[in-house]
Design a protein around this ligand. Sequence first.
Ligand code: SF4
Length: 371
Amino acid sequence: MIRLVPTTPLTPEHDPWEPLFNATPPTYKLTSVEFTVTNMCNLRCEHCAVGDTLMLRDDEILPMELILKRLDEAKDLLTISITGGEPMYSEQTVKKTILPLLQYATERGLRTQINSNVSLPFSRYELLLPYLDVMHISWNWSNEEEFHNIVYAKAKQKVSIKQAGMLFQTMMDNARKLSDAGVFVSAESMINIRTHDKLDVLHRQIREMGCQRHEVHPMYPSDFARDMEVLSLEQVRAAIHRLLDVRDENMWMLFGTLPFFACSPSEVDRELILRLREAKNVTVRNDPDGRNRLNINVFNGECIVTDFGDVEPLGNVRNDSLSDMFARWQAHPINKTISCHCPAAKCAGPNLLVANAYYPETNFLERRALI
Ligand code: SF4
């Protein structure tokens, strides 16, 4: 199998998905487009950030020529990401939507990522191997029983532990096979009420599966996850410290959507920021939503800043160019509330969900990095 993706390795120093990778705020560039390619999924996880939109059938997608024309117009593009639902759920989605997008990206030298639960037959993943840079998977369960409890929490039908166990094994096998095939497998764990005291176990499993990166994001209360208890800042902070104590320093760890900032009046927050900054092979990615990325729904053409926010669509690819819609968000009053930037701290401000969940009273525009 010949890999056709760019040869520059993805490393902590070279992360084209990072909003500040190629931008100098206040001017941001649209370097990343995320496609929602399906609303179907074989799982119903209790924390699903798009759970309310999941359906049993997909509509017809827009003409691929229109979608690719819009991408052609986006001159600053560096990456595309594919999400759902579960993008690999239907073979038709893989062949009719995902493959043309990945082939376009490869021809243009763009980096590519798919968010999948990697529980589908490997033959489906094999089709994508030549064109896929990053396989982004979720890893929030340390054994079959936890997996069963989490991924079928919102399912209408009963699924046995034995069936769940088989899927659990398939996920581990597929992650290993993808990694062996040269795909950069990045496993994401959420910090939530279930995982915060076992991130060390998840980290070890992720390493054993051959993943190249462990991504860690706190969970925020959107969609299905709105029913789950939100951790206190103290719990999130302690979980990150414990993980940093035991992690494998040779594996890249990427933290994202963190609720801790260099401008925090809290000394313990600033200590954590400093620890993350100095730790080997650790990066803290700035929030991409609307800073360098837009999300396109391939069914209705709507373009939004994030696939799990409540902001109205910025427009529609049927009528609007991506750059016009990106400019609309830059000028949007909601964006103005979180559009701070502290160059020395390499911080581009909070994510909207983070600000709403933990800092509803804070005016970030009046703050400055203290470290
Ligand atoms: S960019 Fe915003 S959130 Fe980040 S340190 Fe500065 S003021 Fe705080």
